[in-house]
Design a protein around this ligand. Structure first.
Ligand code: PEP
Ligand code: MN
Length: 339
């Protein structure tokens, strides 16, 4: 169940809830959102007398699988990454190469991304390659290049962390930690990023249901980190014409179920350069709070994912059109039931 608390809740109330939760064999998980709102998630139903304690503003006994991520815990949330905000009216554009290459190319790409309207720089230093023989990324050197690009442009950076033991290192350099599709259900990793207050970009597993994705987000929230952004990046379907199939059903579906910001990755979601623009715009029309797109100054020579990588000039067109679509879409995309 979810218990909402006001900001001045006395410690005695917390202790009473924790004691009652312990009787149920559940932990006491209190999450403080950036705006100061507080919720406690308990695995089980406590006695209703909790409702009368000072500081308790609500009790809800639904959505046991992902209570903190659900719209019962709060209506909408925003996540701040450096000077960028995800979840506001304006779509947030994250862009950069699939993999960080040399420092000069990365810095040039970062300036080009910024000029094209991106506010967060992406780039992989530790890469989850499907083949163990493929280029695995430059590791810490890549992180240093990302930090140099941030220093040069002022853009915060998002990069992937693949192992719990790497979280400290990656968090030293990154403004946002990316959990890749292949790691969406790596629970030790989810717990490790949940123990820090750093923003997390949680990509949907390419064979995961929306509910499994929200439960993965719950692992992070349940450790006390409220800064989670979801990313729909395509699921495995039957047609080899596409690397993955961007599941845009998932965007308004997740929007109904969770308050967390949701972005769309049309690069991995299609695998094909010519489809990135149309599916990026479709994602914004479906209600996404932003996009993450792979760009490179010379896409054909990109060391990773060249086939789905576009130019900064192409990104600029997408950004302008995405902003225009965001202005005309409904603030809440769900239509009222008819009749
Ligand atoms: C990436 O963004 O570079 C990446 C590897 O994505 P995914 O985990 O979605 O495949
Ligand atoms: Mn990639």
């Amino acid at each position: 169940m979810i218990i909402t608390l006001d900001q001045t809740v006395p410690d005695a109330t917390r202790t009473a809830i924790a004691d009652a939760a312990a009787l149920l064999g559940s932990g006491y998980r209190e999450l403080v959102w950036d705006d100061g709102a507080r919720v406690v998630a308990i695995d089980g139903d406590l006695a209703v007398t909790i409702a009368d304690l000072p500081g308790v503003t609500g009790l809800f006994d639904k959505h046991k699988a992902y209570m903190l991520a659900s719209t019962i815990a709060r209506a909408r949330s925003t996540v701040q990454v450096g000077n960028a905000v995800i979840g506001s009216a304006q779509p947030t554009i994250m862009a950069g190469p699939c993999v960080v290459e040399d420092r000069e190319t990365l810095i040039a790409t970062a300036f080009a991304a910024q000029a094209a309207g991106a506010t967060i720089l992406r780039g992989g230093a530790f890469k989850p390659r499907t083949s163990p023989y493929a280029f695995q990324g430059h590791g810490e050197l890549g992180l240093q290049h990302l930090a140099a690009a941030r220093d040069a442009t002022g853009m915060p950076v998002v990069t992937e962390v693949m192992e719990p033991d790497q979280v400290d290192l990656v968090a030293t350099y990154a403004d946002m930690l990316q959990i890749g599709s292949r790691n969406m259900q790596n629970y030790p990793l989810l717990r490790a990023v949940g123990k820090r207050n750093v923003p997390v970009l949680l990509k949907r597993g390419y064979a995961a249901t929306v509910e499994e994705w929200l439960m993965a987000a719950e692992y992070i929230l349940a450790q006390g980190n409220p800064n989670v952004v979801l990313c729909e990046r395509g699921i495995r379907a039957f047609d080899p014409a596409f690397r993955f199939t961007l599941d845009l059903n998932a965007v308004p579906m997740a929007r109904e179920l969770t308050h967390l910001p949701i972005i769309v990755d049309p690069s991995h979601g299609t695998g094909k350069r010519s489809l990135v623009g149309p599916m990026a715009l479709a994602g914004i029309a479906a209600g996404a709070d932003g996009l993450i797109i792979e760009i490179h100054p010379d896409p054909d020579t990109a060391l990773c994912d060249a086939a789905q990588t576009i130019t900064p000039a192409q990104l600029a067109v997408i950004t302008a059109q995405a902003n225009a679509i965001a202005q005309i879409r409904q603030p809440e995309t769900a239509l009222l039931p008819v009749g």
